[in-house]
Structure formats: C-alpha cells, structure tokens
Design a protein around this ligand. Structure first.
Ligand code: ATP
Length: 363
C-alpha cells in the first residue's frame, strides 16, 4: 500500500509509479494538476521513459497507482488496469510519431474517430487542429512529405485532438535543428498553455524545461531527487546533475552563520546565514583566477591547478583541480595573461556575496 488517498487527483494526475526490473527500480511520485505543465528531467537511464510508458499504459506498474481525474488507470493492489487506448492520455513520443500510411488529417482524425465521432466530424475537427498548429495547407500530406518540425506539430495536434486529461511528451524538440527548435518551442508553449488538462514533458534540455514547464521534477536512478519551480531549482541545486544542468558549482559542508566549512583546510564565506549541513552554490562567472595568492585577505581563496580549458560562449571555461573541483569562466584575454594550460597552478577566489548557502535538509 502506498497510502495515498484514491480521490486525491480530481482534476489532474496523481501517480505513484513503481516499476521493478531485474537491474532497475523506478519509484516516483508525481502529481500534475489540470492545466499544469511539469517537466521530468534526469540523466540517461534515470527512468524518465519508463515513467512515461507507465502513465501511457505501455508498461504495467509493479506497485503504486496511476489516477487521472479521480479514476484509477492502474493499481496492481486492486487488480485495476486500463489499457492504453482507453486512457484519456495523448502521447507525443519519438518512436511513435505518426502513422506513415495516413495523411496528416487522417492521423489527427484517428483518435476522435475511435472516440466515436463520425468520419466527417472527425475530419472537420482534425482540420481545425491542423489550422491551429499552422498546417492547414499540409493536411493531405503523408508524414514522409513533412519536415521534422511539421511532423512534430501534426503529432501534437493528434495528441491534443482527443482532449486528453493528460498529455505526455517525450523529448518533443530533440530531433529538430536549432532554428526550427526555437520556433517550435514557442509554439508548443502556446499550445500547452491553452491545454486544459495536465501535461508532462520529458526533456534533457534545461531551456525546454524552463520555457515550457511550470514545475520541474528531477529523477536520478529511479528516484525523485529534486522538484520545484524553475526559480528554486535553478538557484538551489541539490545534486551534481542538477548543478551541471543549471550551470552552477556545487559543494556541501558544515555551516555556522555565514561560514561553511567544506574541508579541514577550506571554509567559504557565503551570502546566506545557515546552521548545520549546507550546500554552497556559485556560478563559474563568480570565480576569479590569479597567478599568485591575492593580497587582499584570505577569504574565499584557495590554491588550485588547471585541469582543462574549453570554449564557453564568448569566454573560456576553466576546470580546476584542487580542494574544490569547480569551473571558472574567464575572458580569452585573462586566459592568455595567466597562460592557462593543464597542470598550471593558480589561485581561485570567489566573492562571498556570490556564494549561496542553503540547508541540506529540506524545509
Ligand atoms: N525493456 C527493458 N528491459 C530491461 N531494462 C530496461 C528496459 N528498458 C529500459 N531498461 C532499463 O531501465 C532503466 C531506465 O531506463 P529509461 O529508458 O526509463 O531511462 P531514461 O531516463 O528515459 O533514459 P534516457 O534519457 O537515456 O532515455 C535503465 O537502467 C535501462 O537500462
């Protein structure tokens, strides 16, 4: 028993997804309110696809439940199970985009037809949806006569045309080139914002998550490691994966007031006052590099060596070895002046005002 009330999800998704495999266990609780867009993020193999497949009904649960608008779709303990085609769930999956032998309008009309609409009404509805996604003039084309971006829009129209209580999108923009991706992202945002049901989106791209989602849920190794609105998750990462995703350096130590002791030989001064176990996070742009120990006081400086240098926008990103393995962003001029080559010893400094500290225990 997972102890969640059966009726909790009136108007949205309430799920406790437990899927056991030989070498992997997914155990994730998810709630998505009607009208809310949630992004599911995580590294390769974290269980994102397994979670989407379980919600769609393509992967039965081992335990837990999927409850949509107050109705159980899967609850092994009660032997309750609804097959995929009877779930009010629309999917936009990479390996399941469109029926290749049907035209765009037939693809979109397929779901409404199966829901009982007659042929003419289903086609009218499908044409309305194609107009809505800007593809009215492509209605009779087959999927192979469409560009990747157009096929993606038809797939979205097909998913939304059945008025799903939940729409699931698996990396909806991954296959698109940069320009198409930008336009499609903007359009997708408009359609998801207008969708009255719940929406769950899997992505590797933090930008997609920030633009499209109201809330982020991060999974690693089958578990939720962090969730919250974009502002909180990006400002207060709680795992290395999330820190990399949002581009921050992250470490943890023991805090007393503004001081956080990370190692015996390294204490950082932070902008925030915390007590007990704490994370510290700061951006690579806050780390200054010096050839020698900076003269103006020992606060937040440490000796390091250059592990590697890579391009990062207009600047260079320097990976440092030493007591604090962090990244520092420097201008090409600074890199040249410091002769930053692998193995080079440097001094790193970070201003206390730029170091955020927050408790490890979630409040
Ligand atoms: N059919 C399967 N049989 C057994 N194990 C599987 C199967 N499909 C996936 N797995 C395992 O389940 C785990 C989760 O895989 P899943 O595809 O859900 O991850 P993901 O987060 O979607 O990853 P990616 O970002 O790489 O798509 C992995 O360890 C994977 O190896």
């Amino acid at each position: 028993m997972d102890g969640w009330p059966v009726t909790a999800a009136v108007g949205g998704l309430d799920a406790h997804l437990v899927v056991e495999r030989a070498t992997f266990r997914l155990d994730v609780r998810l709630r998505v309110a009607a009208g809310e867009v949630v992004a599911l993020l995580g590294p390769n193999g974290a269980g994102k696809t397994t979670a989407l497949r379980a919600l769609a009904g393509l992967q039965p649960l081992t335990a837990g439940h999927v409850t949509l608008d107050g109705r159980d779709l899967d609850r092994p303990a009660a032997r309750s199970w609804t097959p995929p085609e009877r779930r009010r769930v629309g999917v936009v999956f990479q390996d399941y985009l469109l029926f290749p032998h049907l035209s765009a309008v037939e693809n979109v009309a397929f779901g409404p037809r199966r829901q009982g609409l007659d042929r003419r009404a289903a086609r009218t509805l499908a044409r309305e949806w194609l107009t809505r996604v800007g593809l009215a003039e492509h209605a009779v084309r087959r999927p192979r006569q469409l560009s990747g971006g157009q096929a993606q829009r038809v797939a979205l129209a097909r998913a939304l045309a059945v008025r799903p209580a939940l729409v699931l999108l698996d990396e909806p923009l991954a296959a698109l080139d940069a320009r198409t991706r930008l336009d499609t992202r903007t359009e997708l945002h408009r359609h998801l914002a207008a969708h009255p049901g719940a929406a769950l989106l899997v992505t590797h791209d933090p930008l997609d998550a920030l633009v499209l989602a109201d809330r982020l849920v991060v999974v690693e190794a089958g578990r939720v490691v962090q969730e919250g609105d974009a502002a909180t998750v990006t400002a207060r990462p709680r795992t290395d994966y999330v820190a990399r995703l949002v581009g921050l350096n992250l470490d943890r130590g023991d805090a007393a007031g503004h001081r956080v002791r990370l190692r015996d030989d390294l204490t950082l001064e932070a902008a925030d006052r915390v007590r007990g176990e704490a994370f510290v996070a700061f951006p690579p742009s806050a780390v200054a590099l010096h050839p020698r120990r900076p003269p103006d006081g020992p606060a937040n400086t440490w000796a390091a060596s250059v592990a590697g240098v890579e391009r990062h926008g207009d600047n260079l990103r320097v990976r440092l070895d030493g007591p604090l393995p962090v990244a520092a962003d420097v201008t090409p001029a600074t890199a040249a002046r410091l002769r930053l080559v692998p193995g080079q010893p440097v001094w790193a400094a970070v201003a206390p005002a730029q170091v955020r500290a927050y408790p490890v225990a979630e409040v």
